[in-house]
Design a protein around this ligand. Structure first.
Ligand SMILES: Nc1nc2c(ncn2[C@@H]2O[C@H](COP(=O)(O)OP(=O)(O)OP(=O)(O)O)[C@@H](O)[C@H]2O)c(=O)[nH]1
Ligand SMILES: [Zn+2]
Length: 344
C-alpha cells in the first residue's frame, strides 16, 4: 500500500487545529478519512495506510481521529447528504459527509428535463454543498438547452460538456480540482461514468484506485470515496445516484431565490400565493416575469418537505409513547420485584 497523502484525500489545512484540539487527540491517534463503508466496519485512509475500524455512525467522507484499530471519533461534518431510509419510515440515512460540490448531471439528449434538474439542485442545496450543473452529450444538442436549464437554477453555474468530442471538459475540471470532494447526481444513462473517465483520462469508475481489497472491478455496491487523478475525490454510492435524497426548506429557499425575493413583497406575511390580494408572486406570473411552472415546482417540493416533516414528527411522537410505555412497564416490574422482596 503506497503512502496516502491526506491532501490528496481533500484534507483542509483548517482542520489541523480542529484535530489537534479535539478531545480524542493524543499519542498514537491520527487523522484519516472514511473511504469505504462496509457492513460492520469502515476503511479509513490515514497517512500510515488504510485501517479498518468499527462503523458506528460513520459515513463515507467523514474525517475522523482514530487509533487505527478499535475506534474512530468523527470531526465536524461540514456538509451532509441524507436520504430517506427505504421502507415506510421517515428515518433519514446519512449517505456521505463533507461533500463540497454536488454535480447535477443531466443529458442534452434527450432534451434536459428541467423539472428534474430543479429538484436535484434543491437536494444539492439541502446538503450544504455547492451545486454545479453539467449538461452532458453536448455533441447531440439541438440548441437552447443551456438557457432552459439556467432558468430553473438561479445562482448555479451550468456547464455543457461532451465526452465524445472533449468539448467543455477543461471547464468542468477546473471546478473539481484537487482538495474538493464531489458527488454526481443524475439519472441512469446521463453519462456520469463516461464523464468521470473522460475527466480523469482513465477508467476511474471501472477500477478505482483506493481499494483496500485489491479486487479489480468497481461495482459500486459499497459506498466509497475515490481520488480521481487530476481532480478531487469522488464519492460514489448507488444510493446517491438515485434521487431519494431529502430536501429541506433552507435548500428550497436557495433553489428558488427569485420566488423567495418576490414573496417578500406580498401584502400578507403568510401569503400562500394562491388567491390572496396583493400577492407579488401572482403578479409576477401575470406579468410573465415568473413562469407559472416555477411556482408549481416550488409548491410541489414544499409539500414534499412538509409531508416528510409531518411524518417524522408523528414517528417521533409514537417513539416517545412507546418508550413511555416501556418505562411504565419496567417501573411496574421493579415495583413487583420490590413487593416480592420481603418474601424472597
Ligand atoms: N454522444 C455522446 N454519448 C455519450 C456522452 N457521454 C456518455 N454518452 C453515452 O451515454 C450512455 C450512458 O453513459 P454512462 O456513462 O454509462 O451513464 P451513467 O450516467 O453512468 O449511467 P448509470 O451508470 O446507469 O448511472 C453511454 O452509451 C455513453 O456512451 C457524450 O458526451 N456524447
Ligand atoms: Zn403571495
Amino acid at each position: 500500500m503506497p503512502d496516502i497523502s491526506l491532501a490528496l484525500l481533500g484534507w483542509d489545512p483548517r482542520r489541523t487545529d480542529e484535530a489537534a484540539t479535539h478531545p480524542a487527540a493524543g499519542p498514537g491517534v491520527r487523522p484519516g478519512r472514511v473511504v469505504r463503508v462496509e457492513r460492520d466496519l469502515v476503511r479509513v485512509a490515514t497517512e500510515d495506510g488504510l485501517v479498518a475500524v468499527p462503523s458506528v455512525g460513520l459515513a463515507v467522507g467523514d474525517w475522523v481521529l482514530t487509533d487505527g484499530a478499535s475506534w474512530a471519533s468523527v470531526l465536524d461534518r461540514r456538509t451532509a447528504l441524507r436520504r430517506k431510509d427505504s421502507g415506510q419510515t421517515s428515518d433519514e440515512q446519512l449517505l456521505a459527509a463533507n461533500v463540497d460540490v454536488v454535480v447535477v448531471v443531466e443529458p442534452m439528449d434527450p432534451r434536459p428535463n428541467v423539472r428534474r434538474v430543479e429538484r436535484m439542485a434543491t437536494l444539492a442545496w439541502a446538503s450544504g454543498a455547492t451545486p454545479l450543473v453539467v449538461l452532458t452529450k453536448s455533441d447531440l444538442a439541438l440548441g437552447g438547452e443551456v438557457a432552459d436549464v439556467e432558468a430553473v437554477v438561479p445562482g448555479v453555474e451550468v456547464l455543457e460538456v461532451s465526452a465524445e468530442t472533449g468539448d467543455g471538459l477543461d471547464v468542468v475540471r477546473s471546478h473539481l480540482t484537487a482538495s474538493r470532494t464531489f458527488v454526481l447526481l443524475g439519472p441512469s444513462g446521463a453519462g456520469k461514468s463516461t464523464l468521470v473517465n473522460a475527466l480523469a483520462g482513465t477508467e476511474v469508475l471501472a477500477t478505482g484506485d483506493v481499494r483496500g481489497d485489491g479486487r479489480g472491478k468497481h461495482t459500486t455496491t459499497h459506498r466509497e470515496l475515490v481520488p480521481v487523478p487530476g481532480l478531487g475525490c469522488l464519492v460514489d454510492t448507488p444510493g446517491i445516484r438515485g434521487v431519494g435524497l431529502v430536501a429541506d426548506e433552507e435548500g428550497l429557499e436557495q433553489a428558488f431565490p427569485e420566488v423567495v425575493a418576490l414573496a417578500a413583497g406580498c401584502r400578507f406575511v403568510d401569503c400562500e400565493h394562491r388567491t390572496e390580494p396583493g400577492c407579488a408572486v401572482l403578479e409576477a406570473i401575470e406579468d410573465g416575469a415568473l413562469p407559472e411552472v416555477r411556482l408549481a415546482s416550488y409548491r410541489h417540493l414544499l409539500r414534499e418537505i412538509a409531508h416528510q416533516t409531518a411524518r417524522k414528527a408523528s414517528q417521533d411522537r409514537s417513539a416517545l409513547r412507546s418508550r413511555g410505555k416501556q418505562a411504565n412497564r419496567s417501573k411496574r416490574e421493579s415495583m413487583t420485584i420490590k413487593g416480592r422482596g420481603p418474601r424472597g
